[in-house]
Write a protein that binds this ligand. Structure first.
Ligand code: CA
Length: 242
């Protein structure tokens, strides 16, 4: 039995919506349900949620835009439910910052089990405000709560700022806690994923690729996520922090 949580269901099929509500309420959760994306963002802005179950194919506003809108507002765990079921579509969902992906049609018992797992994993992985990451004398600073980063690289073209997805923020935090130490994919997976499954064996690599692109470690940044073949990754300083 999961800890009771507040769950926001975004699903335009009303019968499925009612069914999910029934199952989740039976688990002791408090449920808000909405039938379209605008209502979802409004409901989340008004009262938040501990977890969002998000259908991707919605009228008026696509689920992908809803996901983006939710991510702008915070770090809430998001479980995508969708008839889109190829690996590429799953990876795309995870890259956008979803925590798990359940292909339709699914068994409601599987959904409640995944919800419980996500909630269990979300609690200890939630970034703490005191864990601001500052590397190389502050040339890379990441706030794990807002997930905003600022980067001052070796040359002005590599200066930048932006926002990481929750998975990316957790991954860079795990690497930064252990600078110079090789972390295996399995260790990193523990840090970034809320539910390992067959999709997640690639999610660490996806996050690393995104971090390299966003934080520009090929563009004169003072640090590098180094690939250690067959093992994993480590964070190393590459240049004089001057
Ligand atoms: Ca739909």
């Amino acid at each position: 039995m999961a800890e009771p949580a507040h769950i926001l269901i975004v699903e335009d099929e009303s019968r499925l919506r009612s069914l999910l509500r029934l199952y989740l309420e039976r688990e002791g959760h408090r449920v808000t349900d909405v039938g379209d994306g605008r209502a979802a963002l409004a409901a989340y802005a008004a009262e938040g949620a501990d977890l969002v179950i998000l259908d991707l194919m919605l009228p008026a506003m696509q689920g992908e835009s809803v996901l983006e809108g939710l991510r702008e507002q915070g770090d809430v765990p998001i479980l995508i439910t969708s008839a889109k079921r190829t690996d590429a579509e799953r990876i795309a969902g995870l890259r956008m910052g979803a925590d798990d992906y359940l292909a339709k049609p699914f068994n409601p018992h599987e959904l409640t089990a995944r919800v419980a797992a996500i909630l269990r994993r979300a609690a200890p992985n939630r970034p703490r405000a005191e864990e601001i990451i500052s590397l190389e004398g502050g040339r890379l600073v990441v706030d794990p709560v807002s997930r905003r980063y600022t980067l001052a690289g070796a040359d002005p073209s590599s200066h930048g700022s932006g926002r990481l997805t929750p998975g990316e923020a957790r991954l860079i935090a795990a690497l930064a806690r252990n600078p110079g130490t090789v972390l295996t994919r399995e260790q990193l997976l523990e840090s970034v994923a809320r539910r390992p499954d067959e999709v997640y064996d690639r999610v660490v690599d996806v996050h690393v690729a995104n971090l390299r692109r966003k934080l520009g470690d090929d563009a004169g940044a003072p640090w590098l996520i180094e690939t250690v073949p067959q093992v994993g990754y480590r964070l190393v300083a590459t240049r004089d922090a001057g």
